[in-house]
Design a protein around this ligand. Structure first.
Ligand code: MG
Length: 275
């Protein structure tokens, strides 16, 4: 890959698997963020967390020792709320965690007619009856909205079903294709770029997931560096250093062991990756 022609002004950082793992800061994450700030590099946390509000994410990060303002936390919740604020008369059937259902209460259709079915983290979904109720809303004409479409995520005790698996279920049954708000949607990345006042060539996307972080970076033409912590490092068949399949994944400019190596990478002008 050709090195960026302009200096990196901002970093779009994934959270789970990149900054934190199982609620704890990944070793070196706090000092890496501090070094980026010292270099005047803006930071946005671009995460697909769809079970909690950005304020909760912010508090959890602070508990892990990572202090960021809530405005720096970009999640599909932020994107979906902006979308719904532009459609104030429309109402949603909510398939969300209790915390997010409360956050989206102003847009809740309740027992009335739903314009949308909004699907997020389904760990608190009761099962067949709740999925079937959402399906019936779709068959009544509601459109399917997905906070994100991740297929699986790396829980502390192993890989777990992610929101996208439930979105696919509802898509298959209804014949609809959902509108997705989180990574890898180009809209989501462009919203973050607009917020930073940067163009894609001025930012570096850093994450642990080729399917969300790297694929999303590619949709806007931003370079992406993967870390070996989190999902990427743990995934069977992709764990080996220098695995050619991932090194060659579209949109991946390079791979570093962890976020701790990011400041040195930026200070080297990305040259250590041979990009
Ligand atoms: Mg991640």
């Amino acid at each position: 890959m050709t090195p960026p022609a302009v200096p990196v002004r901002a970093v779009l950082l994934d959270v789970d698997g990149t900054l934190v793992s199982a609620g704890r800061a990944i070793p070196g994450a706090v000092s890496a963020l501090s070094r980026l700030r010292d270099r005047g590099i803006q930071i946005r946390l671009l995460t697909n967390i769809d079970s909690r509000t950005p304020e909760t994410v912010c508090r959890e990060l602070a508990t892990a020792g990572i202090e960021v303002p809530v405005e720096a936390v970009f999640t599909p919740v932020v994107a979906a709320l902006r979308f719904l604020e532009q459609h104030p008369a429309e109402r949603c059937h909510l398939l969300l965690s209790a915390e997010l259902a409360a956050r989206f209460a102003a847009h809740d259709a309740g027992p009335g007619r739903a314009d949308y079915v909004l699907v997020g983290d389904c760990r608190e979904v009761g099962g067949y009856a709740q999925l079937d109720a959402a399906f019936r809303r779709l068959m009544d004409g509601a459109r399917l909205l997905a906070l994100q479409r991740g297929r699986w995520w790396q829980a502390a005790d192993g890989p777990s079903l992610d929101t996208g698996a439930f979105v696919a279920l509802l898509e298959h049954a209804s014949g609809q294709t959902a509108r997705g708000f989180g990574k890898p949607s180009a809209d989501f990345f462009e919203m973050a770029l607009a917020d930073l006042g940067c163009v894609a060539a001025e930012v570096l996307v850093v994450g642990d997931d080729p399917e969300t972080d790297a694929a999303g970076a590619r949709t806007v033409g931003a370079p992406c560096v993967l870390v070996r912590t989190g999902k990427f490092g743990s995934r069977a068949g992709l764990a080996g250093k220098g695995h050619p399949g991932v090194e060659r994944h579209p949109g991946v400019a390079g791979v570093i062991d962890s976020i701790a190596d990011l400041p040195a990478l930026l200070e080297s002008g990305l040259g250590t990756l041979g990009m």
